[in-house]
Design a protein around this ligand. Structure first.
Ligand SMILES: NC(=O)c1ccc[n+]([C@@H]2O[C@H](COP(=O)([O-])OP(=O)(O)OC[C@H]3O[C@@H](n4cnc5c(N)ncnc54)[C@H](O)[C@@H]3O)[C@@H](O)[C@H]2O)c1
Ligand SMILES: [Zn+2]
Length: 363
């Protein structure tokens, strides 16, 4: 088992993030469930079939709330469903909410827990690679609103994160590959050596133990960044690399017949924002090509679907990361280092979004 402790100076307590096989069976001990007045499990319709039975068997008596799966269910209606179930179960402020699911459920249910009765303790049991390597760590909660990603939310830290790598066994391949999108992001902003490790094999070829090491490295990078800046006043913005264009592409794709997974949208966003980094002279065209090749070889999409630049710009202008009416980017200074708070001229941005990747090969 790999253990990572996340300490945030402004918070009264630190918390443990554990990565290893078979953690679900040890949940009562790992979460010291006897310290809580009651237990309330939230999961989604897929996990309720796949992994809830094992969790339920391990736990003392508890209530369960099952919500619909997928980004389209990351809504206020789902949050209300969870609040209603919490109320009906008589959950009090000394209870513990145990969240079993991917990044969508993790963000949603953590928001519900963080706002119910002004906040009840919660623990994350992330079940996708996106959730294990990224979203369950750091305390961002929330849901999508009016066609905008994560518009409503809080910063609320869990009691603990238990990433049981056993559960990845049932994760569809496309979801697993999407999880590599976020791990590549962590490598690109902070760790060239990790980038090299991530390209050693195809995403589906790593052994469980190798995968646990990749997840732990990814979490360590995120934990280090978050511990210095919980509420994204500065350094935490590094984690937004690929997400300005990525979130715009992701939310536009919801209205098409083929919605992008979050990790896929991040891969597309990273290539677009690498092109932008090249345009402002921070990295070379060869760096852009190298990153695009790495992501593509892992099976991730790299090309923007055919959205018009004006559609993309409209979404990017509405992004909550902006300040003073300027679209805010985190851009690369090399493949392994990034810089926050970059703004670019909108015409330049449109140029970059419409310039084919091939043109970067010559620079
Ligand atoms: N809070 C953060 O810091 C943060 C960071 C990154 C991403 N996110 C958010 O995470 C979300 C994406 O999360 P995701 O990629 O985990 O998608 P997801 O939560 O939608 O899960 C993907 C699908 O896989 C199913 N599933 C989950 N675990 C499974 C398992 N072990 N076996 C079989 N099926 C399983 C789910 O039911 C769902 O249908 C986005 O909304 C994104 O905004 C948040
Ligand atoms: Zn993300």
């Amino acid at each position: 088992m790999r253990e990572i402790r996340l300490a945030i100076p402004a918070q009264p307590r630190s918390y443990d993030i554990l990565v290893g096989r078979g953690l679900i069976k040890q949940v009562p001990t790992l979460l010291s469930v006897e310290n809580y007045s009651s237990l309330f499990v939230v999961t989604d319709e897929h996990l309720s079939v796949q992994w809830l039975p094992q969790l339920s068997l391990a736990l003392p008596p508890h209530d369960v709330c099952v919500v619909a799966a997928g980004e389209s269910a990351k809504t206020l209606a789902s949050v209300e469903q969870i609040w209603a179930a919490m109320t009906e179960a008589g959950l009090d402020r000394k209870g513990l909410v145990i969240i079993l699911g991917g990044g969508v459920l993790g963000d949603l249910a953590a928001f519900a827990a963080a706002t119910y009765k002004r906040g009840v303790a919660f623990a994350q049991i992330p079940t996708t690679l996106v959730a294990q390597a990224d979203s369950s760590v750091g305390g961002k909660t929330g849901f999508d609103y009016q066609g905008l990603k994560n518009l409503i939310g809080t910063f609320s830290q869990p009691q603990a994160v238990l990433a049981d790598t056993e559960v990845l066994r049932t994760l569809p391949e496309r979801e697993l590959i999407a999880g590599f999108g976020e791990m590549f992001k962590h490598a690109c902003i902070a760790d060239p050596k990790f980038l090299k490790n991530l390209t050693a094999k195809a995403p589906t070829s790593y052994s469980p133990s190798e995968m646990a090491n990749l997840i732990a490295t990814s979490i360590r990078i995120k934990a280090r960044i978050v511990s210095g800046d919980e509420t994204e006043a500065g350094a935490r913005k590094l984690l937004n690399f690929g997400h300005t264009v990525g979130h715009a592409a992701e939310s536009l794709s919801w209205d098409t017949g083929r919605p992008l997974l979050h990790g896929e949208a991040v891969a597309i966003g990273m290539v677009a924002e690498a092109k932008l980094s090249c345009r402002i002279g921070r990295i070379t065209g060869a760096d852009v090509t190298r990153l695009a090749n790495i992501l593509s070889a892992a099976g991730l999409p790299i090309d923007l679907p055919s959205f018009s630049p004006s559609q993309l710009l409209a979404k990017m202008r509405a992004d909550k990361k902006n300040a003073d009416d300027r679209i805010n980017f985190t851009l690369l200074t090399s493949l392994g280092e990034a810089v926050i708070n970059q703004t670019v001229d909108e015409q330049e941005l449109v140029d970059v979004l419409t310039t084919p990747l091939e043109e970067y090969r010559e620079h």
